[in-house]
Design a binder for this molecule. Structure first.
Ligand SMILES: *[C@@H]1O[C@H](CO)[C@@H](O)[C@H](O)[C@H]1NC(C)=O
Ligand SMILES: *[C@@H]1O[C@H](CO)[C@@H](O)[C@H](O)[C@H]1NC(C)=O
Ligand SMILES: *[C@@H]1O[C@H](CO)[C@@H](O)[C@H](O)[C@H]1NC(C)=O
Ligand SMILES: *[C@@H]1O[C@H](CO)[C@@H](O)[C@H](O)[C@H]1NC(C)=O
Ligand SMILES: *[C@@H]1O[C@H](CO)[C@@H](O)[C@H](O)[C@H]1NC(C)=O
Ligand SMILES: *[C@@H]1O[C@H](CO)[C@@H](O)[C@H](O)[C@H]1NC(C)=O
Ligand SMILES: *[C@@H]1O[C@H](CO)[C@@H](O)[C@H](O)[C@H]1NC(C)=O
Ligand SMILES: *[C@@H]1O[C@H](CO)[C@@H](O)[C@H](O)[C@H]1NC(C)=O
Ligand SMILES: *[C@@H]1O[C@H](CO)[C@@H](O)[C@H](O)[C@H]1NC(C)=O
Ligand SMILES: *[C@@H]1O[C@H](CO)[C@@H](O)[C@H](O)[C@H]1NC(C)=O
Ligand SMILES: *[C@@H]1O[C@H](CO)[C@@H](O)[C@H](O)[C@H]1NC(C)=O
Ligand SMILES: *[C@@H]1O[C@H](CO)[C@@H](O)[C@H](O)[C@H]1NC(C)=O
Length: 833
């Protein structure tokens, strides 16, 4: 049934995490469904009154919790044949049709807790692994015959405040199921438990009893006895005692006789020191090894507190190896007085006092545990001298201590701590995360300390100078590091694992050299790119976490996306998204596919070479075929026009012109002007004032010229020997008379109909000689092909707008006309930008 293989199991574990409330505690069996994100549908808190009819058919995970779905009808889920996990909690669900899950043969997890079911539904779900029907309103724990078909069920939760009896016949249908974990009850007191009710659940390993045993302690004894007969290893008692209760002296006697129980947990219960001492004495005589108290309220009703000094008639040591106190509410606002016998607890290796509010360690307890290997004092209010306090000498107290966890306290002085862990001669792991550590002096760390966590302290880059070269595992997550340098790391010569999550590192050093480094976490930083140089000095790297960084999706990331070995990444692909550019923001890196042509430098070099060669070849061809020198000259003209274009960009806009151009020409050339020039330019939408045509008859020629020149954006002269001989004198006169008149030289455009050497112009036309020498002019070409270019340049020069427009138009025209030049088009556009 399952998909074997570690990657699948790993995936499932991840998914179980994602499923959230299916905590690892409850569910260790991996699910056999893959549940990719797109197959997960979360419709919780939507005010739904029924299962929506339009659910994606490939949904594997469906959460409908916290809605108002009062019944599951036969066909509601028929379409979801791949459904693997279904949660419909907190819905007021009253009725589940017997046909509801007929089509959901793959369902493995069903959570219908916190509803109003009046009976435990009878389900035929061959694949079901986990079923939670707790916190409903049924009156009996009797299971229907269909439970016999749940051949894979390994976790079952039942509980209803209205069911107060457990009968031996209730669980008979489960006789053949491989049920390993059972949760029973809803926090109320049971009235009756029939001997042997649990005895048939032969595979049972872990049981949670959510019920109080205040009035009927004998039920507790009976249940324990039956659970021991099934060889149950782990029992959790939730709400074992209420706050007001006349606890029977013999309540916990049953613990003494157990043979198989190893782990015992009390959760969310009330304890008096008298009761706790009594329970502890019984536990010491039991096979229990792992004892936990989670979220308990503790009141001291005896003067000597918890006293476990002597147990009459018991001369062995306790089996207890681990004791956990997690979250203690102190009823009297003072700390429990504890006195225990050192030899009794000589097997103890693990002790945890967490969330107890202590500011000074219970020296008497801790220093009586010479075998202790792990001491976890997280989530308290300890300061440096609260742990190392003067009247509690630790010099010879922790000969075996390997791990010291001081997370989330008020420790401050790193130097003080470094100096004081020397005497814990076996200590290799120290956790100081979430404190208020300050870098005071240069502490000397002992060589035996190889694992250190300083995460979640405000330390900064300076921290690297306060560490030991012996450290192999270093957690500096969330410490405000802004810069990681090779110089800082070079001192940490033994480093195997480096965790730098949640800092503000912008880049990894290019010269990083840490040949022993096996695992590196730089997720949740400010890294925008990763390149091969960063990893050259890390030949031993086996695991990398770099997700949740603001990656810039451009060619710099090409190598990472395409070539980096993704099996090294612990958080690929879902934690890797583009941050910029904006159009790619949020896209998964695994879906971002930069083109190789675009990004690979070698290909680029090759392509540039090819383009350059092609372009050169094309240019050669053009030079040969189309008279390249002529084109170059044109290009020169455009460039000058462009330069001027900047200066006069707004002239057309600022002044009012009636014409784009005034055209002046000789009568001899009127043929060309009327058949070629005027139709072409007017065809392109340019307004022209044509000498002859638009001159007002009767006016003196000079006045006509003045009017036309001033009314036009440009003045176009069609130059030929004829024009120079017959017409130019008027203009020479005009320019002479209107020197003061601001006629922009830039507005003059010359078209040479035939070659006119400057020398051939009569000396008296000084202006024209100068203008032709300075001014760019266009020559009317003989060849048809070049004429197109001529027209394009001319139109562009007469049109309004900047030089870039001129250039682009011309460039396009050229590209269109002379194919070989096409490859060069981008070059021209570049030149124009
Ligand atoms: C079922 O859902 C409830 C409410 O969310 C949760 O407390 C419980 O742990 C879930 N049961 C399982 C087996 O995950
Ligand atoms: C839930 O549905 C019932 C009818 O099925 C309706 O009477 C009730 O008001 C609804 N409650 C909410 C909170 O929507
Ligand atoms: C259950 O078993 C215990 C011990 O064997 C016995 O004392 C008790 O009377 C039994 N209870 C019932 C109801 O049979
Ligand atoms: C704790 O002790 C007080 C006082 O002796 C008593 O009233 C109360 O019922 C006890 N509660 C428990 C849970 O032992
Ligand atoms: C505890 O015992 C006292 C006297 O024996 C009695 O008055 C009281 O009601 C009992 N409390 C409970 C919660 O049973
Ligand atoms: C018992 O507790 C130990 C230590 O917490 C744990 O490793 C082990 O898995 C537990 N066993 C069971 C059966 O829960
Ligand atoms: C802790 O225990 C108290 C009762 O003793 C209960 O009301 C509360 O919900 C518990 N808290 C958690 C987080 O379990
Ligand atoms: C501690 O326990 C051992 C063994 O049970 C016993 O011999 C010794 O007397 C106890 N010590 C004290 C001070 O009660
Ligand atoms: C413990 O007591 C038993 C008898 O009750 C005795 O046989 C045994 O030797 C004692 N063990 C120790 C270590 O004193
Ligand atoms: C460490 O132990 C030595 C002797 O073993 C002692 O002199 C020294 O004071 C101790 N240091 C601390 C910090 O406890
Ligand atoms: C490092 O410390 C942070 C914060 O205390 C913690 O969340 C994280 O799990 C640690 N990293 C590793 C790899 O242990
Ligand atoms: C990627 O890394 C894994 C684990 O280190 C290795 O087994 C695999 O061969 C590598 N793949 C490539 C293509 O280098």
């Amino acid at each position: 049934m399952g998909l074997p293989g570690c990657s699948v199991a790993f995936l499932c574990l991840l998914l179980l995490k994602a499923v959230g409330t299916l905590a690892e505690d409850d569910v260790r069996e991996p699910l056999a469904c893959t549940m990719p994100r797109k197959a997960q549908v979360d419709l919780s808190y939507r005010h739904l009154a029924q299962v929506p009819p339009t659910l994606p058919r490939d949904a594997q995970y469906l959460d409908l919790s916290h809605n108002n779905i009062s019944q599951l009808r036969g066909a509601d889920l028929d379409a979801l044949t791949d459904l693997c996990v279904l949660k419909i909690t907190h819905n007021g669900l009253r009725v589940i049709s017997p046909a509801a899950f007929q089509q959901n043969r793959k369902l493995q997890v069903l959570n219908i807790s916190f509803n109003a079911l009046m009976t435990i539904p009878d389900l035929t779900l061959p694949s079901l692994l986990i079923l939670d029907v707790s916190e409903n309103l049924y009156e009996s724990y009797r299971l229907g015959k269909a439970f016999e078909s749940l051949q894979n069920l390994f976790f079952l939760a039942l509980g209803s405040p209205r069911a107060d009896t457990i009968k031996s016949s209730d669980f008979i249908p489960l006789n053949r199921t491989p049920l390993k974990k059972l949760q029973l009850g809803s926090g109320t007191e049971m009235e009756k438990y029939e001997n042997g009710s649990f005895s048939n659940l032969l595979q049972l390993q872990e049981v949670t009893l959510k019920m109080t045993f205040c009035r009927r302690p004998e039920l507790f004894r009976a249940m324990l006895r039956d659970l021991d007969s099934t060889k149950t290893m782990s029992v959790k008692l939730v709400k074992f005692l209420p706050d007001i209760c006349n606890v029977s002296a013999t309540l916990s006697d049953g613990l003494r006789d157990l043979r198989y129980l190893r782990n015992l947990t009390f959760q969310s219960t009330w304890f008096n020191s008298s009761v706790l001492s009594e329970i502890a004495r019984n536990i010491i005589q039991s096979p229990i090894q792992d004892l936990s108290f989670l979220n308990i309220t503790y009141a001291q009703d005896t003067s000597d507190g918890i006293n476990i000094q002597t147990i009459p008639g018991f001369n062995r040591t306790a089996n207890v190896k681990a004791i956990t106190f997690d979250t203690i509410h102190h009823y009297q606002y003072n700390f429990p007085f504890v006195s225990i016998n050192k030899t009794l607890f000589s097997k103890m290796t693990y002790l945890r006092f967490s969330g107890t509010g202590m500011s000074i360690v219970p020296c008497d307890v801790i220093s009586n545990s010479p075998s202790l290997e792990v001491l976890d004092l997280s989530n308290n209010l300890l300061r440096d001298r609260g742990l190392w306090w003067s009247s509690c000498s630790f010099t010879d107290k922790f000969p075996s201590l390997k791990g010291l966890f001081l997370r989330n306290n008020k420790f401050e002085d790193l130097q003080f701590i470094a100096d004081h862990v020397h005497n814990m001669t076996a200590l290799d792991s120290l956790d100081l995360s979430t404190n208020t550590i300050k870098l005071t002096g240069q502490g000397v760390w002992p060589a035996h300390l190889t694992s250190l966590s300083l995460s979640d302290n405000s330390l900064g880059d300076e921290v690297f100078h306060h560490l030991s070269p012996h450290i192999r595992t270093l957690n500096l997550s969330k410490t405000g590091i802004t810069d990681l340098t090779q110089a800082a790391l070079s001192q940490l010569t033994s480093l195997r694992q480096l965790f730098l999550s949640s800092n503000v590192i912008k880049t990894l050093p290019q010269d990083l050299f840490a040949p022993k480094l096996e695992e590196l976490h730089v997720d949740m930083n400010a890294i925008i790119s990763l390149n091969p140089q960063m990893f050259e000095g890390l030949p031993g790297l086996k695991k990398l976490k770099a997700g949740h960084n603001p990656f810039a999706c451009n060619c710099d990331l090409y190598w990472f996306v395409t070539s980096f070995n993704k099996t090294l990444l612990l958080d690929w692909p879902y934690d890797y998204t583009c941050f910029s550019p904006p159009n790619l923001a949020g896209v998964l890196l695994s879906q971002y596919q930069p083109s190789r042509v675009h990004c690979d430098p070698w290909i680029q070099v090759a392509i540039s070479l090819v383009i350059t060669l092609t372009a050169m070849a094309a240019l050669g061809v053009v030079f040969y075929a189309c008279d390249g020198a002529w084109y170059l000259k044109m290009l020169w003209v455009w460039l000058r026009v462009k330069r001027r274009g900047y200066q006069q960009r707004n002239r057309m806009g600022q002044e009012a012109f009636s014409y784009h151009a005034f055209i002046s020409y000789s009568q001899e050339d009127s043929m060309w002007v009327e058949t070629q020039l005027v139709p072409t330019l007017e065809g392109a939408g340019l307004a022209l004032c044509v000498h002859k045509r638009d001159f007002v008859p009767g006016e003196w020629i000079l006045n006509n010229i003045i009017n036309c020149v001033e009314g036009s954006y440009k003045t176009l002269f069609v130059l030929s020997q004829n024009f120079i001989q017959s017409e130019w004198c008027n203009y020479e006169l005009f320019f002479a008379q209107h020197r003061a008149l601001s006629v922009h030289q830039d507005s003059l455009v010359f078209v040479l109909l035939e070659p006119i050497p400057a020398d051939s112009i009569p000396r008296k036309y000084l202006k024209l000689r100068n203008l032709l020498r300075l001014q760019t002019y266009l020559e009317w070409p003989e060849e048809e092909c070049k004429r197109q270019v001529f027209w394009a340049s001319l139109k562009a020069m007469l049109r309004t707008g900047g030089g870039s427009v001129v250039l682009r138009d011309v460039a396009q025209e050229i590209a269109y006309l002379c194919d070989p030049l096409e490859a060069n088009e981008p070059l021209i556009q570049k030149a124009e930008e």
